[in-house]
Design a protein around this ligand. Structure first.
Ligand code: 4FM
Length: 243
């Protein structure tokens, strides 16, 4: 997977050198190519923004400079994504869908906005990472790179991609590791029992419990087995109880 990132602040992407994404880059499983939009300004002062027509606060990114940067990396097969609060909300389904693309071009805005004409000309899809306003699209671009890269073969283990929350549609069961007793709290007995069938059942129970408690909305979106329905009926009946 190739990510071309059009940004005024390529240095904001240093986190991509660390951890799992850094490793994926080293292994050439993903390629993150940072393009500094400023390099495409023909102006003697390397100007990239200007005051908005019609007045108002702040600066608007110039369309011509962004278009020059885009032409430099342009590829008919690439999908161009603009990260903005006006986009459709990113979710795990969208992430998985994007991971099937060969080449993504991520356009990061900054300041008050980007001239609408270049957005209309080059952008295929506008995506938002959530209903809040950031100072620019760089952090959203990193969120997209991180979430999409997890689906690239070899970046993480296969089990991690399919077992986790959201792929299954519900939240995850709690995890425990050594020591067996921490601050007088024991690891649940079933996890030490070695009884794989019981462990599996307990984990499903806990996953449903957590989801019921923290994100009940998720339970309405998924297909539940008869066994799951029994567990949830039980949870509802002990409402106000210990869970
Ligand atoms: C985007 C600031 C473009 C300036 C932003 C420009 C955001 C979000 C976001 C800020 N992006 N999801 N939420 N961007 O707040 O994607 Cl020009």
């Amino acid at each position: 997977m190739k990510f071309d990132v059009l940004t005024l602040f390529p240095e904001m992407f240093t986190p991509c050198e660390s951890s799992i994404i850094g490793k994926a880059k080293e292994k050439n499983l993903i390629n993150i190519n940072l393009i500094n939009i400023r390099d495409f300004s023909k102006d003697k002062h390397k100007k990239v923004d200007d005051t908005p027509y019609g007045g108002g606060a702040g600066m608007v990114m110039k369309p011509d400079v962004i278009y020059e940067a885009y032409k430099w990396i342009k590829n008919e097969n690439a999908k161009v994504i603009y990260l903005s609060p006006q986009g459709s909300l990113l979710n795990q389904n969208k992430v998985e869908e994007l991971s099937k693309e060969e080449h993504l071009i991520l356009l990061c805005g900054h300041y008050e906005g980007i001239d609408q004409r270049v957005i209309d000309e080059i952008v295929d899809e506008e995506i938002s990472i959530g209903d809040y306003i950031l100072t620019g699209g760089e952090i959203p671009a990193m969120v997209l790179i991180d979430s999409v890269s997890r689906y690239i073969e070899g970046v993480i283990t296969k089990e991690s991609t399919c077992e986790e929350s959201f792929s299954s549609g519900i939240l995850e069961y709690p995890q425990y590791t050594r020591p067996e007793i921490f601050l007088e709290k024991r690891v649940p007995d079933v996890l030490l029992s070695g009884h794989h069938e019981n462990i599996k059942k307990w984990r499903r129970q806990k996953a449903l419990e957590t989801t019921y408690k923290k994100r009940p909305d998720l339970l309405e979106k998924i297909k539940l087995s008869e066994e799951d329905k029994k567990i949830i009926k039980e949870l509802i009946s002990r409402k106000g109880g210990e869970i």
